[in-house]
Write a protein that binds this ligand. Structure first.
Ligand SMILES: Cc1cc2nc3c(=O)[nH]c(=O)nc-3n(C[C@H](O)[C@H](O)[C@H](O)COP(=O)(O)O)c2cc1C
Length: 399
C-alpha cells in the first residue's frame, strides 16, 4: 500500500491519517454538512448527485440504524482510479466513511469491494485494524463519548450491475444483484430497509479534504457547476496511461497533450456507458455541464476501427444486462445485432435509424442506469463516426 509520487491539487494534496476525523468531532454535524454544501461536491460515481443533499436526507431520516456504504465496485470499463485511492490513500477513503458515520449517526460502514480486487482485501483489513488501534474506529472514537463506528469489507459479486446502488444493496443482502424500484430511495429505505448513503470511493476521499480545508477551498478548483478536481483513469493509445487528478473544466485537447496521445481519432468519455467524441470536439471540457464522467477516459488513435470498438462495448452490455427489464435485456441484443449487420453490410439506413430510436427509448424506459446509458456509445459512435462506420464495409446496402 505504498504511495507513488502523485501530484494533484485536491485529492493528492497533503493529508494525514485521522486528520479529518479529529477535526470533525470538534465541530457540529450541521457544520460539516454546511461545508460539504458550500463545496458543491457532486458524487463521483457517475450520476453526479450532490453529496450534501444525499447526506441531509439520510441524516433527517428517523431511524436508530443507518448505514454508510462505500461503493468500490469499480466495474465501468476503463476505470481504475478507485483501486489507486484504496491502495495508496486508504486514510482518505476510510476517514471519509467515519466522517459520514459521524454526520449521519450510523454505526456501521461497509466497503463493497469489486470481486476482482480480492487481493486488496487483506491489506485493507490490516489498515482498518491499524485504525482500530489508533481509536479511529471502534467505540468512543478519539474519546468522543457515544461516537461508535466500524467498517467491514464485503466482496462484490462480479457483475457490472452490482455497482448500481440498489443492486449493490440487494447483493449485500444476499440476493441476486438487480436494481430495485425507486422510490423509495436508499436514503430512507436502503440496506436492510434502513436509511443508507451509498457513495463512491472518490466522493468519500474528497469529503476528508473538505472537512480539513473547507468548502470554499474546494470550490476554488474546477468550474462553477463542477467544483473540485476529478480523478481520471486514462487508458488506450497514449504514451502515459494512468491515473491523473485534473480540475473539472480541463479540455480534452489539454488532457491528450498531458498523456502523450498522438494521432487521436476518438475519445470515449465515461467508459463503455459514456459517449465517444471525434477530433472536432476535442476543445470541449470535462464538466457536468459539458462532458460528465465517472473517470474513465479511453483514447483511440487513427489505427482503430470504430465499429470494432462499438461491437466490443455492445457485447459487454449484452453480457452484463441483468435481464430484469425488457428494454435493456432485449434492446442491447438488438443494438449488437445492428452492429453485426453493419459489419456484414446488411443494413438500410431506415433500419439504423430505427435502432437509434430504440436506443433513445432505452435511455428513458430502462429500469436502471445500465440500460439507460448503454445506448450512449451506440448512438455517439454511429453519429460521430458515420463516414468510417458505413464505409469500412462498403456500405453498399445503406439506403
Ligand atoms: C450499471 C451501473 C454501475 C455502476 N457502477 C458504479 C461503481 O462501480 N462505482 C460507483 O461508485 N458507482 C457506480 N454506479 C453509480 C451508483 O449507482 C451510485 O450512483 C453511486 O455509487 C453513488 O455514489 P456518489 O453519489 O458518491 O457518486 C453505477 C451505476 C450503474 C447504473
Amino acid at each position: 500500500m505504498e504511495k507513488k509520487n502523485r501530484k494533484g491539487a485536491v485529492l493528492f494534496s497533503e493529508y494525514k491519517k485521522g486528520e479529518g476525523i479529529k477535526k470533525a468531532i470538534t465541530v457540529s454535524r450541521e457544520n460539516i454538512l454546511f461545508e460539504i454544501r458550500e463545496s458543491k461536491l457532486k458524487g463521483r460515481g457517475g450520476a453526479g448527485f450532490p453529496t450534501a443533499t444525499k447526506w441531509t436526507l439520510v441524516s433527517a431520516a428517523s431511524s436508530e440504524e443507518k448505514y454508510v456504504i462505500c461503493n468500490a465496485d469499480e466495474g465501468e470499463p476503463g476505470t481504475f482510479k478507485d483501486r489507486v485511492l484504496l491502495l495508496e490513500y486508504p486514510e482518505l477513503v476510510f476517514d471519509g466513511m467515519v466522517i459520514a458515520g459521524y454526520v449521519l449517526g450510523a454505526k456501521i460502514g461497509i466497503l463493497y469491494l469489486r470481486g476482482e480486487y480480492e487481493y486488496m482485501k487483506k491489506p485493507l483489513e490490516d489498515y482498518l485494524e491499524s485504525m482500530r488501534k489508533d481509536n479511529l474506529l471502534g467505540k468512543n472514537i478519539l474519546g468522543k463519548k457515544g461516537f461508535d463506528f466500524d467498517v467491514i469489507i464485503r466482496m462484490g459479486s462480479g457483475a457490472y450491475v452490482c455497482g448500481e446502488e440498489t443492486a449493490l444493496i440487494e447483493s449485500l443482502e444476499g440476493n441476486r444483484g438487480e436494481a430495485r424500484n425507486r422510490p423509495p430511495f436508499p436514503v430512507t429505505t436502503g440496506f436492510l430497509g434502513k436509511p443508507t448513503t451509498v457513495n463512491n470511493v472518490e466522493t468519500l476521499a474528497s469529503v476528508a479534504h473538505i472537512v480539513i480545508k473547507g468548502g470554499e477551498w474546494f470550490r476554488k478548483y474546477g468550474t462553477d457547476k463542477s467544483t473540485g478536481s476529478k480523478l481520471l483513469s486514462v487508458s488506450g493509445d497514449c504514451e502515459k496511461p494512468g491515473v491523473y487528478e485534473l480540475p473539472w473544466g480541463t479540455k480534452i485537447s489539454e488532457l491528450l497533450k498531458l498523456v502523450g496521445a498522438k494521432d487521436t481519432k476518438a475519445v470515449q468519455i465515461g467508459g463503455a456507458s459514456g459517449v465517444c467524441i471525434p477530433k472536432s470536439q476535442f476543445e470541449r471540457t470535462l464538466a457536468y455541464e459539458d462532458l460528465p464522467t465517472g473517470g474513465s477516459i479511453i483514447i483511440f488513435n487513427e489505427k482503430r476501427n470504430m465499429l470494432h470498438v462499438l461491437k466490443n462495448f455492445m457485447e459487454f452490455f449484452v453480457e452484463e444486462s441483468c435481464g430484469q427489464c425488457t428494454p435493456c435485456r432485449i434492446g442491447n441484443v438488438k443494438l449488437l445485432e445492428g452492429v453485426e449487420m453493419i459489419e456484414k453490410s446488411k443494413y438500410t439506413f431506415s433500419y439504423i435509424n430505427q435502432l437509434k430510436e430504440l436506443g433513445r427509448s432505452m435511455q428513458v424506459a430502462s429500469k436502471c442506469g445500465l440500460g439507460q446509458s448503454s445506448p450512449n456509445s451506440f448512438i455517439s459512435i454511429l453519429e460521430n463516426f458515420k463516414e468510417e462506420v458505413f464505409s469500412s464495409n462498403g456500405g453498399n446496402n445503406g439506403k
